[in-house]
Design a protein around this ligand. Sequence first.
Ligand code: ATP
Length: 307
Amino acid sequence: MSQERVIESHGLTKQFGDNLAVNGLDLSITQGTIYGFLGPNGCGKSTAIRMLTGLLEPTSGAVTLFGQPIKHHEESLKQRIGYMTQKFSLYDNLTVLENLRFVASIYGLGRQQRKARIQELIQLYELGALTKQLAGAMSGGQKQRLALACATLHQPELLFLDEPTSAVDPENRRDFWEHLFDLSDQGTTILVSTHYMDEAERCHALAILENGHKRADGTPQQLMNDMPATVFETQGPQLRQLKQQLVSHPEILSAAQVGTRLRVLVNKTCAQPATLLHTLGAEYCFDEVRPSLEDVFVANTGGRHVG
Ligand SMILES: Nc1ncnc2c1ncn2[C@@H]1O[C@H](COP(=O)(O)OP(=O)(O)OP(=O)(O)O)[C@@H](O)[C@H]1O
């Protein structure tokens, strides 16, 4: 992967009235990376993306794309950026082919180039049988493939995807990610927002966002290594009561049931987590286990959103 910095932001902030939607966001994302924004609804993912694309003016802070400040270079940068919005900005009353032709005309592709590129995308995103279908009548997975084809029509070097898989089933989500890895392999840098843990785990690197703040960032492995909690699991009777008993202790960040097991996060500030658990639930046996990205998320947001 090249070390060219494609996205850089410093102190990126957006205030809507009293609401600080994005607060001092610093980013440094290199070429070919698939970078995730992971966070719950309303944490500022879309607002951050809109500022990074140049569509929304920040209250303060700066964005540099491909080493160029975004301010005053919006037009030249537009050709290098693709953006798939949360609501798939397709025209429902146009067919698949008409949507593709319309987007091609926006990007000013010549007739021959347009024809060849549209054919290429129809094949790549398996839209061949659907060219005459109205976009409004397509399934979630089909719409998503068309939206990705439209967003990449002009072969952007940088692609922003705002919760691209919220309306599709797991199989389509898997296929979609295969396409993203193909694009990344060809050098495209991708910033994708999600609130799905499994999706975030596929990213090369990610930022955990909460209430407009970046709580942590790094590769999924780095985040797991550095997380501010130790993870334990236990099994046995009356796990609901045990959970209540555990979470009342200030060093227990979270206790959440997963099937027949209770998963417990103990703050790293606790020097003897196994001893603490033994004291709180003497009749249970607690095993230390490998953290997951969901644990990382919970530990970095103080257990306020999951569990
Ligand atoms: N144009 C706007 N005017 C006022 N407030 C806004 C505007 N856009 C977003 N907000 C507020 O900013 C905060 C962040 O919203 P944002 O849409 O960026 O979050 P998100 O993480 O993308 O969530 P979601 O997935 O629900 O869109 C929210 O409190 C939202 O209500």
